[in-house]
Design a protein around this ligand. Structure first.
Ligand SMILES: Nc1ncnc2c1ncn2[C@@H]1O[C@H](COP(=O)(O)OP(=O)(O)OP(=O)(O)O)[C@@H](O)[C@H]1O
Length: 285
């Protein structure tokens, strides 16, 4: 497993690597400057009622790399993803995508930026009334004026890539969880997104299917490139796919660095969480 991490670390990245735990504390006030990063979060605060979920989180994601965000249940991983795609508005702080504060621009501009994202939600988020082909074709039909034969070419190339060519006429309800995720992945790719977000791609999958899905993520990233963010609490998946790892706890980043630095961290919480130990700062609450 560890060899894989180091092998991935050899791939070129277009932005400087995080410095093992300090870079996430981004404190320069230069707004609107991508600074080589397509996704940045600055001092993000978010509360639901009395419950503060994000408490000043800052993070610069490394372009063209796979970053995994790990953290215990309820720590705000999905809330972070929703902020990145503009589904939640921060109470305070900024989400910068390609250097633009997505809440400092018009709804139309935000909509245009969203098209640069591919998102794989936990259950694939497929339309139950459409077959797999139509589900994957949906973004192209909705957001482009491409002719059907052109759409077919793109759709079939991504369906083949995820190994679902035998299932194009099937409906989501007829597929296994793993197949639904692969269909969701194909759909996330058809608009050629520069950023792909995965919300717990391993949820509900057995270890073998999880490992195969991780292989697929790696293969497709190698083929198409892009900035990938994977949110999970599955340590094995993180070991397998990550170039960089961010660990969240209690609304903040407690570690951010390349994958080997996370697994070598001295921080008691990071050590406990990544080893799955019951003794340590993380309890049942
Ligand atoms: N729309 C909302 N309204 C109220 N509370 C919310 C809302 N969305 C999230 N929360 C709360 O925010 C906290 C963080 O939730 P989130 O789903 O981001 O956790 P997570 O780290 O993704 O957890 P898991 O690993 O279990 O999926 C939880 O306490 C959750 O109940």
């Amino acid at each position: 497993m560890m060899e894989k991490i180091f092998a991935r670390g050899e791939r070129p990245v277009t932005a400087p690597a995080p410095d093992g735990g300090h870079r996430h504390r981004a404190d320069n006030g230069s707004h609107g400057d991508a600074d080589g990063h397509s996704m940045q979060v600055r001092n993000l605060h978010k509360a639901f009622g009395d419950s503060a979920v994000m408490k000043g989180l800052s993070l610069d994601f490394v372009d063209e790399a796979i970053t995994t965000i790990l953290g215990p249940s309820g720590t705000g991983k999905s809330v972070l993803i929703k902020h990145l795609v503009g589904l939640l508005e921060p109470d305070q702080g900024e989400v910068l995508v390609f250097g633009r504060n997505i809440w400092g621009i018009s709804e139309n501009e935000r909509y245009e930026i969203r098209k640069k994202f591919g998102v794989l939600f936990q259950d694939g988020a497929l339309f139950g009334s459409m077959n797999i082909y139509d589900n994957v074709a949906f973004p192209l039909r909705k957001h482009t004026d491409r002719a059907e034969d052109e759409i077919e070419h793109t759709v079939m190339s991504h369906i083949k890539e995820v190994g679902l060519e035998e299932a194009i006429d099937k409906y989501p309800g007829e597929l296994s969880g793993g197949m639904r995720k692969r269909a969701g992945f194909a759909r996330a790719l058809v608009m050629k997104p520069q950023i792909v977000l995965f919300d717990e791609p391993d949820s509900g999958l057995d270890p073998v299917r999880t490992s195969l899905l991780c292989d697929l993520i790696l293969d497709i990233h190698r083929e198409h490139g892009g900035t990938y963010l994977v949110v999970t609490h599955d340590i094995e998946s993180a070991k397998k796919v990550s170039d960089y790892i961010g660990v969240l706890w209690k609304g903040n980043v407690v570690h951010y660095g390349d994958a080997s630095s996370a697994f070598g961290s001295d921080d008691p919480f990071v050590r406990q969480f990544l080893s799955g130990a019951s003794a340590g700062p993380l309890g049942m609450d």
